[in-house]
Write a protein that binds this ligand. Structure first.
Ligand SMILES: O=C(O)CCC(=O)C(=O)O
Ligand SMILES: [Fe+2]
Length: 353
């Protein structure tokens, strides 16, 4: 993919110096801190998550669940109809939500943000199959997804070691300084929206992440995941978002991840929890809530229709998947019309793994 892939600058020397951390974020759009999060707590979380994944049938029977050895015949990802059967079970884990509130993370985010922080209710875990590379998270800025205010930050951390071949995140240093949102285009990858590499330099930085290592970046910082090119390993990682409690948040970030495409509410998430301190914790925070901007997704969909009409395999795959997931919705009707007029396409379009 990229011609250049250099190492992150490590900011452990500055962890006690909030001003210097902010200076580096202002300059480079990210900070990378080795072992910010406690490896033992992450390993306990990995155990919980892998147990759910094993029960869901995505691991090879008889292997150590902690190794995350995937049954590649089960390959699927977020918009695929098979994904929520396991993802929703994972999403019910109290330990998964609690990770977004671990004191070491909150304290770091308070330094970065310079005041009290809100951990977004919408947490995300990525359960990433090997060799499903056409679906890899493409080049993007997070603002198109979580919206609200630019001064929102992601803390991304793998739940296990994550060498480059397992598909960790890479960022473009300084790319946030554009102080604007790049055009995003249809993509088959996670999130569905991509910036074209042609518009950017290619000074990408990344690392072979070890468990506990954490990458913190601004909502305008351009980043992407590397493809998981391992033979059979699942990549499991967390993306947690943080902002000042004094700034507005977009309303969809108050809902569970993917609830826009698969109905799934907090009552279900909380059903088996043993404590209540993190249930609806944002409700008494007096937050200003902004409506979701639908344009980013709508533009991506319009582009998918157009590309599918021209025979683009990724777009056709995307539309077929949408029809399978929700045949009655308005977008599925429009997708169906485009596919009907699209002669000669095979029933199941093969998408490069
Ligand atoms: O882990 C991934 O594949 C995507 C993560 C990401 O883009 C994010 O955390 O903002
Ligand atoms: Fe992202």
């Amino acid at each position: 993919m990229n011609t250049r892939l250099n190492e992150f600058r490590v900011s452990n020397d500055a962890v006690d110096d909030a001003e210097e951390l902010r200076r580096r974020l202002d300059e480079e759009g990210y900070i990378f801190i080795k072992k910010l999060q406690d490896p033992d707590k992450l390993l306990a979380l990995r155990q919980d998550i892998m147990q759910v994944i094993r029960t869901g049938g995505w691991l090879i029977e008889g292997t150590d669940p902690m190794a995350g050895i995937a049954d590649v015949t089960k390959q699927c990802t977020e918009p695929d109809i098979e994904y929520p059967a396991v993802y929703h079970e994972m999403y019910k884990l109290e330990s998964f939500h609690r990770a977004g509130h671990w004191p070491e993370v909150i304290q770091m985010m308070e330094k970065v943000i310079g005041g009290p922080v809100l951990s977004h209710p919408q947490k995300i875990a990525r359960l990433w199959f090997p060799k499903y590379t056409a679906h890899t998270t493409p080049i993007h800025q997070d603002f198109v997804h979580f919206q609200g205010v630019y001064d929102t930050y992601t803390c991304w951390a793998p739940v296990g070691d994550c060498p480059a071949e397992l598909g960790g995140l890479a960022v473009l240093p300084g790319s946030h300084k554009i102080n604007a949102i790049h055009d995003h285009h249809f993509s088959l990858g996670a999130g569905g929206l991509a910036i074209y590499q042609e518009e950017l330099n290619d000074n990408w930085v990344t690392t072979d992440y070890e468990i506990g290592d954490s990458l913190i970046f601004h909502s305008l910082t351009v980043h992407q995941a590397l493809p998981n090119v391992t033979e059979d390993r699942l990549r499991v990682s967390l993306d947690n978002r943080y902002q000042s409690t004094r700034l507005p948040i977009a309303e969809h970030m108050l809902q569970p991840h993917l609830s826009g495409i698969y109905p799934f509410g907090w009552e279900e998430v909380y059903k088996d929890w043993t404590s209540t301190d993190l249930q609806y914790y944002w409700k008494d925070m007096d937050l200003e809530v902004l409506p979701t901007i639908e344009d980013f997704g709508a533009n991506g969909f319009a582009e998918a229709l157009e590309l599918a009409g021209q025979g683009d395999e990724h777009a056709i795959h995307h539309l077929k998947r949408l029809i399978k997931r929700d045949p009655e919705c308005e977008r599925a009707q429009r997708a169906g019309d485009v596919l009907k007029n699209q002669s000669g396409h095979p029933e199941a379009v093969a998408v490069n793994p």
